[in-house]
Design a protein around this ligand. Sequence first.
Ligand code: SAH
Length: 541
Amino acid sequence: MSGFGKVYLIGAGPGDPGLLTLRGKEIIEKADVVVYDRLVSPAILGFCNPKAKMVDVGKMPTHHKVKQSEINKLLVQFAGEFPGGVIARLKGGDPFVFGRGGEEALELVAAGVEFEVVPGITSAISVPAYAGIPVSHRGIATSFHIITGHEKLDERTLASSLQTRDERDVNLSLDFETLAKCPGTLIFLMGIANMDFIAKRLMECGKDPKTPLAFIEKGTTPYQRTVTATLETAGETIIRENVTAPAITIMGGVVELGKSLAWKKNLPLSGKRLVVTRAAKQASGISARLTALGAEVIETPMIETRDVIPAKAGISFADFSSLANFDILAFTSTNGVESFFKQLLASGNDIRILAGKKIASVGKITEKKLLEYGIRCDYVPEDHTGEGLGKLLAALNPIPQSTEGATSYPIPRILLLQGNLADDTLLKLLPQATRWVVYETLPVSELPEWKREAVASADAVVFASTSAVENFVKLMPQSTAGATPCLKATNGSDPIPQTSFCIGRMTEAAACKHGFNTVTSDETTMDSLVKKIVDYYSQKS
Ligand code: SAH
């Protein structure tokens, strides 16, 4: 092993997290460091190893946050700081398509750092595809050309290669004569600011002013927008429609196909960024539904679970040799199953220690989790509640035991494997049972910077408990106005109260107290909440 970590130059795709490659996901899930750009979506950052060092080198359109030369050096530096480690360099689209990945790779080669390139789906092709525009089409375009609409030329090139003052102003040295003659589709990246100039030069060089053209803004994301024009109306259309970066410009006959092929529907929650504050495992249900309705969901759980290390916790004492004293092990959550088996293995035991024991589960999900560990459940209540499980176990016939030839019928000895917040339902119904706390649930104490930024630009927050509200307010910086955790307080001194969607009146009251504009579901179910969110935005638009 060299004294360096390995650097992966990974393309994150154009925005839709579903367009990240399997290889890319595999690497970022285990990376020690993730160095990422502005265009990488929060949903993709959410896949990263939560323990990874997250480094934002994002470039804002107006000012470069971290210079390219510094990024190159940073990668070598991290490779040195994490020998044998994984350094993920995560970029929008494909790392080698106007992504400066080549420059970073050259620096790594020079420093003797091993690297791998994980190609990504480039915006140049996928963004038109999401707008229903194929970049090539039989009979219309037999080639396509991907061109930068913005260069950063050094002084010497500027002086020697640019002929006109205009060209120097826009800092661009494209061969417009050749481009104008190209029969294929022209795709410009980073070209919005210079498009007026580009269009004029193409027309001067003979390109048909009526050439159809489309600007596709924030393609593949919930904010995608397509604006069409022609070469001669390009500049004025950008101003009139306020087309902003990131956007690509596509020119040619294929643009017309977009009229019939635009397949991406505008959904009820398109363009909305919603923060879901439930625990990760519970959140996925509501997150998937809100995503399917078009929203961009930022999962920001307010609680996290941690295995209890018995000696340190002082809450319970999971001494595995004393498992011999129990007949039935009862699990009430998948967390409990995971923590129990993790600790069982860590203690040097394995599942053979459970031989002959009966296993009970509160419901189907926990039952399925046990099956992953090779354990079939003996008891699962019909109604999948703690009460159901308690009643089921309480009604069990005593298990016969033979001691010295005589059969006795002691009450089954039950061990409950639960989290620290589990209520006492089971203990009340099964007074003879023992409880081991195998995991703890704690309020999240910190949000990584990238997540705080994503949350701060959200349209609304979804709360399902008062504790989630309280912790959220603690974690998010307060607005200048003081009490309101006003995430959208960006328009000067007039803060806009953040909208919160709440389940239950108690949650609503807590959110109200902290200055949220609250919208509460009619019933205390996720179905009802999702419906309320959709209704709220459909009334607003
Ligand atoms: N390596 C990237 C391109 C980086 S240059 C890739 O392969 O896609 C940045 C430019 O890419 C932006 O200015 C914009 O023109 C384009 N771009 C990237 N993501 C985009 C998106 N989601 N929608 C529209 N254009 C996008």
